[in-house]
Design a protein around this ligand. Structure first.
Ligand code: MG
Length: 429
């Protein structure tokens, strides 16, 4: 029996619904629908002009319909009369395959056909800044090593606890909050779960953090590198495959052969993954970055894996999961697990060998790494790597061409800008 949203609205006092979807660039799009109209919208979806958002569509295309998934309903904690719904995109009677939530569902279905379920947990770092975006919201947050700064954390107690209380009420099982490694930067952790559920929660989390920050007269940003000398916003994802209710990555004191093959798949496709996990021009100022004020970037530059060591791209903190440390705060909540699952399952299916585990400090002993692939140095290299990846093209045959087309256009738009650096270095040529 499916959930009747009109009945839920009456029962919970919901007056309006946000029927929302995440476009290819990770922007949240929504229509605000009064409860009186939700029954019809639940059946047929809310209509949008797809071209007006970051999707590969044209103004001549027919209506795009966002059909809400009733199981994703969240009663908005800071506005209880509002219900938030994640939606799946349809056009001309068919699901839009080149859209993030449908793409993730397709990868989940393929893994399920092999008996696997992906569980994931994400660490979405963010800064609290002034509304104009120019500076940190807390001028007293100036320590050189600000990570876990108790005073700075407590000066943002009202914001952080309002978000954490909301996660408790929503049943997400949050368990810790901290001041992160950059001045003005925070991280809030909730329990891992099924990958689609985590993706919906991540989409909502970003909306919630921005909304609560605005309520408190601040602005929250997930931008990968908003301040050049400070550590950037990562979005590490913890991954585990489950089979028949058991963690298929666990094998006593070590990770299982399945986990090693999954890692092999991630390493094999890493340069292509970067176009999704590090999707903006700005992303490449976080990975490959020089040392920050705090002493470390906490981001990778090479395609390597290791044990419980934060200087490599993939960390195995415990023999029950792996942490992909590549993605940043601009990553699409749905495309991140979608491409990680596609690349990882390619490794499982094809028995990809991850090669040796690198047990050294990559930041200080990087010369030991030998001849391993480097991550792309900029967005253009990453898009080219994605376009050249047979693994991702096969897994996401409609999404990858749509995504690369829009990203090439974004890169070309970027290159049309004349920067201050160019003038400073070229005027006297
Ligand atoms: Mg962190």
């Amino acid at each position: 029996m499916s959930i009747d949203l009109a009945a839920v609205a009456r029962e919970k006092g919901i007056k309006y619904f946000l029927i929302s979807y995440t476009d290819l660039f990770g922007s949240q799009r929504a229509k605000l629908v009064p409860a009186r109209a939700i029954a019809e919208m639940q059946k047929n979806g809310a209509g949008f002009a797809g071209f007006a958002t970051w999707l590969d569509m044209s103004p001549a295309d027919p209506d795009l319909f966002a059909v809400p998934d009733p199981a994703s309903l969240i009663q908005v904690p800071w506005k209880k009369e509002l219900g938030w719904l994640a939606a799946d995109l349809w056009m001309a009677g068919k699901p839009v395959e080149a859209s993030p939530r449908n793409a993730l569902k397709a990868q989940i279905a393929k893994a399920a056909a092999l008996g696997y379920q992906l569980k994931s947990g994400v660490e979405c770092e963010f800064f609290l800044i002034t509304p104009d975006g120019n500076s940190l919201s807390d001028p007293a947050d100036t320590q050189t090593k600000p990570c876990y700064d108790e005073q700075a954390l407590m000066r943002r107690y009202d914001v952080i606890t309002e978000i954490c209380d909301a996660m408790i009420d929503l049943g997400w099982n949050p368990y810790q909050n901290d001041h992160e490694d950059a001045n003005g930067q925070f991280e809030m952790n909730w329990h891992y779960d099924d990958a689609l559920l985590t993706a919906d929660r991540m989409a909502f989390f970003k909306f919630m953090v921005k909304s609560v920050a605005e309520k408190h007269g601040m602005r929250a940003t997930f931008m990968p590198k908003p301040f050049i000398n400070l550590t950037g916003n990562g979005c590490h994802i913890h991954l585990s495959l489950w089979k028949d209710g058991h963690n298929a990555f666990e094998a006593g004191d070590d990770i299982s052969p399945v986990a090693k093959n999954f890692i092999g798949g991630l390493l094999h496709s890493a340069p292509a993954l970067a176009a999704i996990t590090n999707p903006t021009v700005n992303s490449y100022k976080r990975i490959n970055a020089p040392r920050t004020n705090s002493g470390a970037t906490w981001s990778p530059n090479s395609v390597t894996w290791t044990g419980n060591n934060r200087t490599h791209m993939i960390r195995v903190p415990e023999p029950n999961r792996l942490e992909l440390r590549l993605a940043d705060g601009a990553v699409n909540p749905y495309l991140l697990p979608a491409v990680a699952l596609a690349a990882g399952m390619d490794g499982v299916v094809n028995g990809r060998d991850p090669g040796p585990r690198m047990d050294f400090n990559m930041y200080t002993e990087g010369e030991k790494v030998g001849n391993v692939p480097k991550l792309p140095l900029n967005l253009l290299d990453a898009i080219r790597a994605l376009e050249a990846s047979p693994v991702l093209a096969e897994a996401l045959p409609e999404l990858i061409p749509a995504y690369t087309k829009l990203k090439y256009a974004e890169w070309n738009d970027y290159t049309r800008h004349l920067t201050e650096w160019e003038r400073a270095n070229t005027l006297d040529c």
